[in-house]
Design a protein around this ligand. Structure first.
Ligand code: 26V
Length: 823
């Protein structure tokens, strides 16, 4: 008999082509002669999505049927990156679709380029959440990601005269084929108002929260595929709308304007991602966002629990909830409120359930990034939660007194309420008290947490503290973004490495194999040529693909020290000006990264880099031996071709300030060598790849602390170092600012007088190390190649699969559930 494949699920080439043209016609309403590139993208996305739904529905059914214990990742940010390529890779259908498109005269990569990525995160923290979702699905861990469906994600970065300018990110303009709106599971969230006490029918005192507004949260679901497994988990993002009933009230009163206006106000909550990742602005709307998605998510979990017929007491058996930093920490008070007020549970039982349910990950040591909310603001939005926090605090501080006696300073430090000049709610303290586990994101970071910002909590609850070193997903960061290298690896060690990254160690056997080495080198060169073309398209700058690609891509922050990198570039430039025939290693300095729109110094650092580029790139004395490029609008999409093309990875933060870093891992995995400090996960990367395969410089975290304690005087380094002085003076002279001596004055004054991140103290060590790097690259290419291979071969530890396995075993106690596709 003739077998006809279903258009929605069939996998033969002919069916894929027919399904694609079908979707073009019936979903986009276009025939090929008038279809745009966007139409092709949408048609292809729907064709791929059709092939995911079976996985998704079977997964949901299986979890419900087996009452699967579920890991919930609560995060204000998910930086997912483009879905199309990733879904094709995880389905194992990339090559097939590539061929189908080719047979239709289309190019898969060009179609993939049309996707507007959901930039629903700032940087490391949001991207980590995305890597963990990929790993949880791949490891067949029942899991749910909950967050906010921001209408505008992280701003788009453009440049005017070398300065960053921000444009709104309209990622939903063309529609989002990957999400499904689920209005049937909408929930209501109360905000503001006051509380009233009353005595219930059993004579118990209860509290009723009377809000002054209610918003409706609508879930939008996106399937998250595992790699080569049937699992498709869910990312559930909430959109704020106004409840219909509220609009009707206003309409009935004839208040048309009022009704429309209240709708606008409600929708504001999920309008835009806050673009800061360094400093808390105590903005009401931000607190509303945090509470909104937390309340929606907890209500949804309770609904799921009950729909499985389980009692509320089973919440901590059904769910384990990871708090991605303190942004969702108000969940601790909200779960207490839901249990005690709405479900009339006794306080002590509710507290036991709450503590069992939550675990907290800290992502930063910077004190200015720790969330504290002005108490009056918190109380005016969340009056009941403030009462609950007072009660948690009362009981908690009794516990502190019991253990440490009447140590008032300790009690003041540990209180959930800060009372030193203005009163604040301390979210990190709430997270520590309400969770059963607290983790940092690299070994050094976890140790520093225990010694500094969370010291008191460590002394009280040492058993809660654990380390979970970050990881990245090899599927996106190698298989998808570096297909040539992935294929070479497949040919030598087989195809299991993307899910068992430790197997990369088998590459060590080939480190001296001439044929393998040649291919490794040629792939790097090809990746560099590809990036070279992209750079010219994006910036108009022609770079030399034979030069060393020296790359620093990450958010712009003083602690990440892009300034230090700039000082090195100017150092080399001055050497060439003084001696035009000096032998130097040709380098292309590649930067990318966004500055928070209100972070003046970060924006000035960007201006310095572009200004240095404007001079260096044009100066004939340089003879193209140095080039500086700033690739605009750094995001997941734009980063993917950069890691595979880089030679040198700049991980140069002041020791003790970068919690982990994850870019550092992506570079090394792709055979790029690191120049770095002993900070964050750099320490562990160096341990894994071997000190001889890592370019180390700079002070240790302890040395930084000691230097500051002894009274750091940055200008002394300037006075005593002629080359450094020359570099600083050149900037001050207005050489890079058209003779204007004002432009960079704030930056220079800051370096000479404050230098909180010890740039000048590390300058000489960095320059010496860079000189060494240049020599190895130029004069010892065989060794460079060897180091490159060994770096990639030894990156097994830094798979997010390893990290997720550790969370599962040591914090979540969640086991895999494998999915059989249902009839
Ligand atoms: C902080 C804040 C502070 C308050 C205002 C809004 C806001 C939004 C985001 C953040 C997150 C900053 C923390 C962060 O992204 N940390 C990074 O986390 C990475 C993943 O663990 C880690 O690799 C980086 O070292 C760390 O900087």
């Amino acid at each position: 008999s003739v077998q006809v494949e279903d258009d929605r699920t069939g996998l033969s080439l002919e069916t894929l082509k027919r399904a694609f043209l079908d979707n073009l016609f019936y979903v986009q309403g276009k025939s090929p002669d008038i279809a745009t590139a966007k139409d092709y993208y949408m048609a292809l996305a729907y064709t791929v999505r059709d092939r995911m739904l079976h996985h998704w529905l079977s997964t949901g059914q299986t979890y419900r049927r087996t009452h699967a214990r579920t890991a919930v990742y609560l995060s204000a940010e998910f930086l997912m990156g483009p879905y199309l390529g990733n879904n094709l890779i995880n389905l194992g259908l990339y090559d097939l679709f590539e061929q189908a498109m080719e047979e239709l005269g289309l190019n898969l990569k060009e179609i993939m380029d049309q996707e507007q990525e959901p930039g629903l995160g700032n940087g490391g923290l949001g991207r980590l959440a995305a890597c963990y979702l990929d790993s949880m699905a791949t490891l067949e861990i029942p899991s749910l990601g909950y967050g906010i469906r921001y209408e505008f994600g992280i701003f788009e970065q453009a440049f005017h005269d070398g300065w960053q300018v921000e444009k709104t990110d309209q990622w939903l303009r063309w529609g989002n084929p990957w999400e499904v709106r689920r209005p049937e599971w909408a929930v209501h969230v109360k905000i503001g108002g006051h509380t009233e006490g009353y005595t219930d029918h059993q004579g118990r005192y209860q509290v009723n929260w009377v809000p002054d507004k209610v918003v409706r949260g609508i879930p939008y679901d996106t399937p998250i595929l595992g790699y080569q497994v049937n699992t498709a988990n869910t990312l559930r993002l909430w959109r704020a709308e106004s409840p219909e009933s509220f609009d009707f009230d206003a309409f009935n009163r004839g208040d048309y304007y009022g009704a429309v206006n209240s709708k606008i106000i409600s929708e504001n909550i999920s309008k835009v991602l806050y673009p800061n990742d360094d400093k808390l602005e105590g903005k009401q709307l931000r607190l509303e966002q945090e509470f909104f998605f937390v309340s929606c998510s907890l209500q949804d979990m309770i609904r799921l629990l009950m729909s499985e017929g389980l009692p509320l007491e089973q919440f901590p058996e059904k769910f384990t909830v990871q708090l991605n930093d303190t942004h969702p920490a108000v969940a601790i008070a909200e779960l207490m409120r839901l249990l005690v007020d709405d479900h009339e549970m006794a306080w002590d039982l509710a507290w036991e359930i709450t503590q069992k349910s939550f675990a907290y990950t800290n992502h930063t040591l910077l004190p200015e990034a720790l969330e504290r909310w002005p108490m009056y603001l918190f109380g005016s939005l969340l009056p009941r939660h403030l009462e609950i926090i007072f009660e948690i605090n009362r009981i908690f501080l009794d516990q502190v007194r019991l253990k440490f006696g009447p140590d008032n300073e300790r009690i003041a430090r540990m209180s959930l309420i800060e009372e030193t000049g203005g009163r604040y709610v301390r979210m990190a303290n709430l997270a520590c008290v309400g969770s059963h586990a607290i983790n940092g994101v690299a070994e050094l970071h976890t140790e520093l947490l225990k010694e500094t910002v969370l010291k008191d909590f460590y002394e009280l609850f040492p058993e809660k503290f654990v380390n979970k070193t970050n990881g990245v997903t090899p599927r996106r960061w190698m298989v998808l973004s570096n297909p040539r290298l992935a294929k070479l690896i497949d040919q030598h060690i087989g195809t299991a490495w993307p899910t068992q990254l430790d197997q990369l160690s088998k590459l060590e056997a080939y480190v001296d194999d001439p044929a393998f080495r040649n291919e490794w080198r040629e792939i790097k060169q090809a990746n560099k040529r590809f990036l070279t073309a992209r750079i010219e398209r994006l910036t108009g700058i022609k770079v030399n693909p034979d030069s060393m690609f020296d790359v620093q891509i990450k958010r712009i922050h003083e602690y990440k020290r892009q300034q230090l990198n700039a000082l090195h570039i100017i150092t080399l430039y001055r050497r060439l000006k003084q001696n035009p025939d000096l032998e130097i290693t040709p380098r292309t300095f590649i930067f990318a990264g966004k500055a928070a729109p209100g972070y003046f110094m970060a924006k000035l650092i960007i201006k310095l880099i572009t200004a240095v580029g404007d001079i260096v790139n044009r100066d004939p004395v340089v003879r193209d031996r140095l080039k500086v490029v700033f690739i605009p609008n750094y995001n997941v999409t734009n980063s993917q071709p950069i890691y595979p093309a880089s030679d040198l990875s700049e991980q140069i933060s002041t020791a003790g300030f970068e919690a982990s870093g994850t870019g550092n891992m992506k570079f090394a995995l792709n055979g790029s060598l690191t120049i770095g400090t002993l900070d964050g996960a750099n320490v562990e990367i160096r341990e894994e790849v071997g000190a001889e395969n890592f370019f180390l410089f700079g002070m240790t975290a302890d040395e930084v602390t000691a230097l500051k304690a002894s009274g750091y005087q940055p200008w002394q380094y300037y006075e005593e170092n002629a080359e450094l002085k020359g570099v600083i003076d050149l900037i001050s002279s207005g050489f890079f600012s058209g003779g204007d001596t004002e432009t960079f004055k704030p930056l220079i004054d800051n370096l000479l007088q404050q230098d909180r991140f010890t740039v000048l103290a590390d300058y000489q060590s960095y320059i010496d190390c860079q000189d060494h790097v240049g020599k190895v690259y130029q004069q010892d290419q065989e060794n460079w190649l060897r180091m490159s291979i060994l770096n990639a071969a030894r990156m097994g530890k830094f798979s997010s699969d390893r990290a997720v396995r550790e969370y599962c075993k040591e914090i979540w106690h969640v086991d895999p559930v494998s999915i059989e596709l249902q009839e």
